[in-house]
Design a protein around this ligand. Structure first.
Ligand SMILES: *Cc1c(COP(=O)(O)O)cnc(C)c1O
Length: 852
């Protein structure tokens, strides 16, 4: 602890001069850049290759400090990125000017994760500069594709939740909605996954080691973030008195800004990520004279806040550092946006009119208490007015119903780290329960379910409940998930606040997931139906009539084949396995989790292996099963599933009787860039979670857009995909959500199911006998025990239905005209899953924010 406790918390470390009325825009923001067509079918800006060449050479010399003679590929990447960034900055300044001058409402997206991937190809695409920059580099003897590969992924997220935040940022910019993304600038993103003898190993990730040409450090945009200490009440409790927080620790949040250009470069928003610094070293020295070592230890503790991303997915981290991270970025962001608002509008009463805050899951839900604290303690507002402003500004997105993922903090920990916030939470709870009591009779059980404090598990604060109460709107991320929210986690709260819960089905940005990831298909579509779909994704439906046009079908199939050959090279390089592009590429890429049921897919692979060996005459489609995904480092069963997939893959590959008809490859280190390589090459998309457990999924949309046929359960957004593409164009199997609930209630074990399924029984026998792990026959016993027992994820219960659905896939594959018709209709009917549609809905129905 430092002895800074006696400083008041309101000390302003610095004031940001950047967001006042910005000037100096060289180009207009929203007047377009004179886009025309280019050979790729994508629009291109007016800048010529010669202009880009001059810019890149200029940056190479003056920013990177190299000449064409001394430049390494990495230097060319940096120089190109800086040249592109300059063009983005012009639009950035213009966009801020317009927002300010026109008094446009701003959206603030709070997310502890942003899973961005690479930015060079994305920026070039949106700026309409890909072709010209490629040409400029060619004249310098440099390949755009090879330098793009040098950019490390910004992997500041685990999976779907973080990727959603990145898609939303891109769509917000493309729709010209003024927006800031707020998060943490982790020095180390998600770990790199290596496979050592089929086991996952986590390696540190250091995306910043060669610098980050996209970001602007803003040392002058800094806010104090306080922790611990005590609260003093002056002049009585409640509105009568005043609370003064005397914190024990004080960190500083420093802003790093990355411009986010939208489609056609018309509008540019800001992703503002905070990094943690301790107070000025000189001050530290003054305050800690005589305790140099102690001062450095305090400093390390503070700077740890932005050191590393928690690698958990769908499970709560539950540790003090995580709470500190969550509060750190939430508090910095709220201080930043309230300061911006006050500078422009002078008064907090209008905050909800000009600011909409979205909390991406509960991770930033401490915002409810922090905004109240800022308004009451720092700005002297009365409780009721502060509550009215807070609950008209904040909104909350729920991403999971799984109990192990619902965040809660023990009262002890929260009180120790954020004593003032715990008081405010108690007060919110008191007012909340009092209002309920006023509205008629209630019971203890109902009050217990409604309370912010969970008394069953040793007094914990339910962060989902806090976010619900503090929010204007609470949304789920697919129709099914939203309905289940109403029936389960928020059942009682929904009864008290009917209408607060709304649905906003997730989407993906087509710029990254079609135009950039699949240039071959994009060019074919532009040529066939014209470029209108580039701006209006619903117009993809114009491709539907071509699903039976033999010439189009042939060209569509050729794109896929070429994409499969490209992926085949990656598989050969990374897994040492040769693949035939004539095989069905059957893809399951996502985090490894029991509810996502990679195990079901591997068991079906084993059954298929056995069936081919039994009777080589049977006409199964030749398949390559492609897996990729990371497991949380501490998730033992998920790591064992990775090992099983690898063991099964090796066994099949060692069997000459089968290996030309069936393969299983596990590509290491799944991330956004690898997804961009796999998605355009997929024939079949595995979306096979236990019904009721996948909130939405977005991988399903990426794959469907690129024409993979979905084999899936009626879960998450699969349900809406079925509606959009038509039942005949999706392969649905398995228990429905109510059937899963009924099965659970009936308490049927996996072993009982296996007794009635000879095919599954044989698979289980082979695993038990150690056929795939002769070196350790017991290796997979923990996986078998789980599914033969209560089988919470219904792996056994859904096995036969899944097998049968895969045989329907085989039959479809055997009829190429039918296969390609279904595939093309998937592409044609995915327009609704554009994140532009999702963001328009948020703007209209939650934020009241402008588009265009
Ligand atoms: C899209 C995406 C996800 C989410 O995939 P789901 O199949 O929806 O779970 C996770 N990780 C990466 C890298 C992605 O691109």
């Amino acid at each position: 602890m430092t002895n800074l406790a006696d400083q008041p918390t309101s000390i302003a470390l610095a004031v940001d001069g950047h967001d006042g009325p910005p000037r100096l825009a060289r180009g207009g923001a929203d007047d377009g850049i004179g886009f025309g067509p280019s050979p790729s079918g994508l629009p291109s800006s007016g800048r010529t290759a010669e202009q880009w060449r001059d810019d890149i050479l200029d940056k190479l010399l003056y920013e990177v400090g190299r000449t064409t003679q001394t430049a390494a590929p990495q230097d060319w990447y940096q120089a190109t990125a800086y040249a592109v960034r300059d063009q983005i900055v012009d639009g950035w300044v213009g966009s801020r000017t317009r927002t300010y001058d026109e008094g446009r409402k701003r959206v603030y997206y709070f997310s502890v994760e942003f899973l961005i991937g690479r930015l060079l190809t994305d920026s070039l695409c949106n700026m309409g500069a890909t072709a010209a920059v490629r040409q400029a580099l060619n004249t310098l003897g440099v390949s755009l594709d090879s330098i793009s590969e040098l950019e490390p992924d910004a992997a500041l997220g685990n999976g779907g939740l973080g990727r959603l935040a990145a898609c939303f940022m891109e769509s917000l910019a493309s729709l010209s909605t003024p927006a800031y993304g707020y998060g943490i600038r982790y020095e180390q993103g998600l770990f790199k996954q290596a496979l050592v003898d089929g086991w996952q190993r986590e390696l540190p990730e250091d995306w910043l080691s060669l610098g980050n040409p996209w970001e602007f450090k803003r040392p002058d945009v800094a806010y104090p973030i306080c922790f611990g200490g005590v609260v003093e009440h002056i002049g009585g409790d409640g509105d009568k008195g005043r609370a003064v927080w005397h914190p024990a620790e004080r960190a500083v949040a420093i802003a790093h800004d990355t411009p986010v250009p939208g489609w056609r470069g018309r509008h540019v928003n800001t992703l503002r990520l905070w990094s943690a610094r301790s107070l000025d070293p000189m001050q530290l020295e003054a305050f800690n004279r005589g305790d140099f070592v102690g001062a450095l230890a305090d400093r390390a503790k503070i700077e740890a806040i932005s050191r590393v991303l928690y690698p958990n997915d769908e499970t709560e981290a539950g540790q003090e550092l995580r709470l500190r991270q969550e509060f750190f970025f939430t508090s910095a962001s709220l201080q930043d946006l309230t300061r911006r608002h006050l500078t422009q509008y002078k008064d907090f009463a209008s905050l909800p009119d000009y600011c909409a805050i979205q909390l991406n899951d509960t991770h930033p839900s401490i915002a409810v208490a922090e905004l109240m604290r800022l308004l009451i303690d720092e700005h002297g507002m009365a409780w009721d007015e502060a509550w009215s402003i807070t609950t008209r500004t904040l909104n909350y997105t729920n991403h999971t119903l799984m109990p192990e993922a619902l965040e809660s903090w023990s009262v002890e920990l929260l009180g120790r780290v954020l004593p003032r916030h715990l008081e405010i939470i108690y007060q919110i709870n008191w007012e909340h329960l009092r209002r309920i009591a006023e509205h008629g009779p209630t019971t203890d059980a109902r009050n217990a379910a409604l309370s912010l404090i969970d008394e069953q598990h040793g007094r914990r604060v339910r962060m989902g409940h806090l976010a619900f109460l503090g929010a204007h709107r609470v949304n789920g991320v697919s129709a099914l998930h939203t309905e289940l929210m109403r029936q389960t986690v928020f059942k009682e709260l929904n009864e008290v606040y009917p209408g607060k819960i709304v649905n906003k089905t997730n989407g993906i940005t087509f710029r990254r997931w079609l135009f950039e990831a699949n240039p071959r298909l994009t060019a074919l579509l532009v040529e066939t139906i014209g470029p209108a779909f580039l701006d209006d994704p619903m117009r993809l439906v114009e491709a539907a009539p071509f699903a039976t046009d033999p010439v189009f079908v042939e060209r569509y199939a050729r794109c896929r084949r070429e994409n499969k050959i490209s992926l085949g090279r990656i598989i050969r390089d990374r897994c040492g396995i040769a693949t035939d592009p004539a095989s069905l590429f059957d893809v399951q890429i996502k985090r490894i989790h029991e509810y996502k049921r990679q195990l079901l897919n591997v068991l079906e692979t084993v059954a298929l292996y056995q069936a081919i060996k039994d009777d080589p005459g049977q006409s199964f489609a030749p398949r390559v099963k492609i897996f990729a995904g990371k497991s949380a480092a501490s998730y033992v069963r998920a790591k064992l599933i990775i090992k099983l997939a690898n063991d099964v893959g090796h066994r099949i590959d060692a069997d000459p009787a089968v290996r030309d008809r069936l393969k299983l490859v596990f590509l290491p280190n799944y991330n956004v860039s690898l997804a961009e390589d796999i998605v355009p090459a997929a024939d079949l998309s595995e979306q096979i979670s236990t019904a009721g457990m996948e909130a939405s999924g977005t991988g399903n949309m990426k794959l469907g857009l690129n024409g993979a046929i979905t084999i899936g359960t009626l879960d998450g957004a699969n349900v809406e995909m079925r509606t959009n593409v038509g039942e005949e164009n999706i392969v649905i199997f398995g228990l429905t959500t109510p059937e899963v609930q009924a099965k659970r209630a009936a308490g049927i074990t996996g072993a009982e199911v296996v007794a009635g399924s000879p095919r599954l029984a044989r698979v289980i026998e082979a695993l038990k006998a150690g056929e795939f792990s002769p070196d350790d026959k017991q290796r997979f016993a923990p996986l078998l025990d789980a599914i033969l027992g209560a089988d919470p994820f219904m792996v056994c219960a859904d096995f036969d239905s899944y097998w049968e659905a895969q045989r329907r896939v085989d039959a479809l594959w055997a009829d190429p005209a039918a296969w390609w018709r279904v595939s093309i209709l998937n592409t044609a009917h995915m327009g609704w899953f554009s994140s532009d549609r999702t963001i328009r809905e948020y703007c209209a129905e939650i934020w009241g924010a402008p588009t265009d």
